[in-house]
Design a protein around this ligand. Structure first.
Ligand SMILES: [Fe+2]
Length: 192
């Protein structure tokens, strides 16, 4: 279930908000400049499905969003056998890339079509954690400090929309703040 957890920067163990109500999530995120919507997803995708197959499966959504001014679309996808050490090693490498706080010169616009992952958005003295699932559409304004955790046994597919031709370029802040906040694994399986 899509979940929003708001933790003060200075007190990550003391949530000021935690909700899985889609309406409440939309309103809260809207109040800090984040556009959040829920669409229909769930088309079957084989582990072997490549970018073109994912984009074809969601062609009408892709066309609709692209028409809003996005020049480039790609697919971030981590899919494989979670018991395969080779897959887990590759996944760990991918996870590390997004795990440190960074910003972009472009809006971060994502449509999750499979699996889940957690965005951590640092805005106004709090870290707003959005655990996204299939069907979630999120648009984070450029220059927002954030990071992303897919967990140690990741599975997700997200269609990414870019207004700038360069695609994904992260500007890392060098702030180790992410290390003070609960990981995706801790959020989804607190007792582990
Ligand atoms: Fe990012």
């Amino acid at each position: 279930m899509t979940t929003l957890i708001v933790l003060p920067e200075t007190d990550p163990s003391n949530p000021s908000l935690s909700t899985s109500d889609a309406g409440a999530i939309t309103i809260h995120l809207g109040s800090i400049g984040i556009r959040f919507e829920q669409w229909t997803a769930g088309k079957p995708l084989a582990d072997s499905a490549d970018q073109d197959e994912v984009l074809a499966a969601y062609a009408s959504d892709v066309a609709r969003i692209k028409a809003q001014g996005f020049s480039t679309v790609d697919v971030a996808r981590i899919a494989g056998d979670p018991d395969d050490p080779a897959f887990l090693a590759k996944a760990a490498e991918a996870r590390a890339k997004f795990l440190a706080e960074h910003t972009h010169a472009d809006d971060e616009v994502r449509f999750f079509v499979e699996g889940r992952g957690a965005f951590y958005l640092r805005i106004g003295g709090s870290v707003h954690i959005v655990i996204c699932e299939a069907g979630d559409y999120l648009s984070v304004p450029k220059n927002t400090n954030h990071w992303f955790d897919m967990g140690t046994r990741p599975r997700f597919t997200a269609i990414r929309f870019f207004a700038i031709e360069d695609g994904w370029v992260g500007n890392f802040t060098g702030d180790p703040i992410a290390q003070r906040f609960p990981t995706f694994d801790q959020l989804v399986s607190p007792a582990r």
